[in-house]
Design a protein around this ligand. Structure first.
Ligand SMILES: [Zn+2]
Length: 252
């Protein structure tokens, strides 16, 4: 067997997991102790909210991540393979035909390609976020009801999942402080005064207006600031400004 190393082992491994993916390729994943590679202290914190249109909306405009829509083109092709499979499918207990397996393989290949594109985008973004911030407050997103949602929502959820994973991985590698924030009510709370609206804002409502303190801010930006507050951080520390102690009263 010809071994292709993706990178050198940084230390002696304590274990290895050997597995084969749906395409029949073999992989060996080694467990090695990770050495933290500290980065310079920046004095900056960031709050991150996950979404559909923008995968990540943050308290720093420079670090927002628009939805890359990987898989949009692939979706049509995938549907084609799935139709081919259902046409060629044999009853349970009988071996599947060559044509069926071929369509299955092509679908798996496409899936993997899209997953890699997502991971690539996610890692590049995560590196920038981790380099520029000491503390990262991030919505602890968990995709729900995947089977019942639209293709667009599924793609958005997959992008969020890959991006969150990459962020935690890169942050840990560099010894940054990641705080996972419970997602409940983050779209209903005012980041400025802490008041909670009676109803969740409909997705079409892009502006958060607080009836208690009068603050007006883009909805996702408000949510990103709520992450900071919930993580016990001061929104004044966002945007590279050092925390000053006082909460800003208006962000409009
Ligand atoms: Zn308010």
């Amino acid at each position: 067997m010809t071994v292709v190393w993706s990178r050198d082992l940084p230390a002696a491994p304590s274990s290895v997991r050997v597995y084969r993916d749906t395409l029949g390729h073999w992989y060996a994943a080694f467990v090695v102790p990770v050495e933290v590679q500290p980065l310079p202290v920046t004095g900056a914190v960031i709050g991150i909210d996950w979404g559909v249109k923008e995968t990540a909306t943050t308290t720093s405009d420079a670090h927002d991540l628009p939805h890359a829509e990987h898989g949009k083109k692939a979706a049509e092709q995938l549907a084609r393979y799935q139709r081919m499979m259902s046409r060629r499918e044999r009853p349970k207990g009988r071996a599947q035909s060559r044509g069926y397996r071929k369509a299955q393989q092509q679908a798996a290949k496409l899936h993997r390609k899209v997953a890699r594109q997502r991971q690539d985008t996610a890692r590049k973004w995560a590196k920038g976020v981790v380099r520029d911030h000491d503390i990262i407050a991030v919505e602890d997103f968990r995709p729900k009801f995947l089977a019942r949602t639209t293709m667009a929502r599924k793609a958005a959820d997959a992008a969020i999942g890959a991006t969150k994973r990459a962020l935690i991985e890169v942050a840990r590698k560099h010894g940054r402080d990641v705080r996972l924030v419970h997602p409940a009510h983050t779209t209903m709370d005012c980041a400025s005064c802490g008041a909670r609206t009676k109803h969740a804002l409909p997705l079409s409502e892009r502006t958060y207006t607080c009836i208690t303190c009068g603050v007006v801010s883009p909805r996702d930006k408000n949510s990103a600031r709520v992450m900071l507050v919930r993580a016990g951080l001061n929104p004044a520390g966002a945007d590279g400004v050092r925390p000053s102690g006082a909460l800003p009263r208006a962000a409009a």
